[in-house]
Design a protein around this ligand. Structure first.
Ligand code: ADP
Ligand code: NI
Length: 211
């Protein structure tokens, strides 16, 4: 469905990332997004393409500002996609990412699905593992009871936050279930959310010497 060379180029972009944005994340998002597209009656090819490219312009990888689409556009042009597809994919990529309370909802069903799949990969067992991987890669403390979570952060505050990994659960991960766009993704989110809550209560009980 998607050119193998394009997939390989995207894989190379994420080759040296071990901070929660490795290519395996992109592969999981693609697989889940295509499954959601089938359940929701969306354009599976557009969904797969946007999922494949959804993180190539991430500011943490490119060092550029939030919401860029240059790298995705260049790849789509290189592989001969038409202008209409390029615009649709670029708009999905721009709107998909989490930006605290400045987070946007994509205008198309395909965008909503990619956003859901990306968010689902941030919760559940894999989401927990990614959060601690990110925390380690960015020299964050796991937990500090003297540093409470901040709610309602703006995009700028979220990007510049130096918070602990446990705070990230309250600042993002536990908010995801109620931000999901599609019914098919909601069913998965409910299960993964419960898993987060179970993990947190166990973590805090062990921290406090209650278990
Ligand atoms: P996405 O791939 O959904 O755009 P992000 O770029 O926000 O996600 O983050 C990538 C991964 O790193 C996610 O699993 C996210 O939960 C995790 N992460 C991001 N910021 C933090 C943080 N401050 N502490 C712990 N984990 C984080
Ligand atoms: Ni992502």
């Amino acid at each position: 469905m998607i050119n193998n060379e394009l997939i390989k180029e995207v894989e190379e972009i994420f080759y040296s990332d071990h901070s929660g944005h490795d290519f395996a994340h992109t592969e999981r998002v693609m697989r889940l997004a295509v499954k959601l597209a089938e359940c929701e009656g969306a354009d599976a090819e557009l969904v797969a393409l946007a999922a494949l490219l959804h993180d190539v312009d991430d500011y943490k990888l490119t060092g550029k500002s939030l919401g860029g689409t240059e790298r995705a556009r260049a790849l789509l042009e290189k592989y001969g996609y038409c202008g209409e597809t390029i615009e649709l994919v670029a708009e999905i990529i721009r709107t998909v990412s989490f930006k605290g309370k400045d987070t946007e909802t994509p205008g198309t069903l395909e965008g909503k699905i990619v956003q859901d799949a990306d968010r689902l990969d941030a919760i559940g067992a894999i989401g927990i593992a990614r959060a601690f991987q990110y925390g380690g890669a960015h020299s964050r403390k796991m937990y500090d009871p003297a540093d409470p979570p901040k709610k309602e952060m703006s995009a700028e505050e979220y990007v510049n936050s130096r918070s602990t990994t446990i705070n990230h659960f309250y600042e993002k991960l536990l908010l995801i279930r109620d931000l999901i766009n599609t019914e098919s993704a909601k069913l998965i989110a409910v299960e993964r959310h419960k898993y987060l809550e179970g993990f947190l209560s166990r973590f805090l009980a062990e921290w406090n010497g209650e278990l």
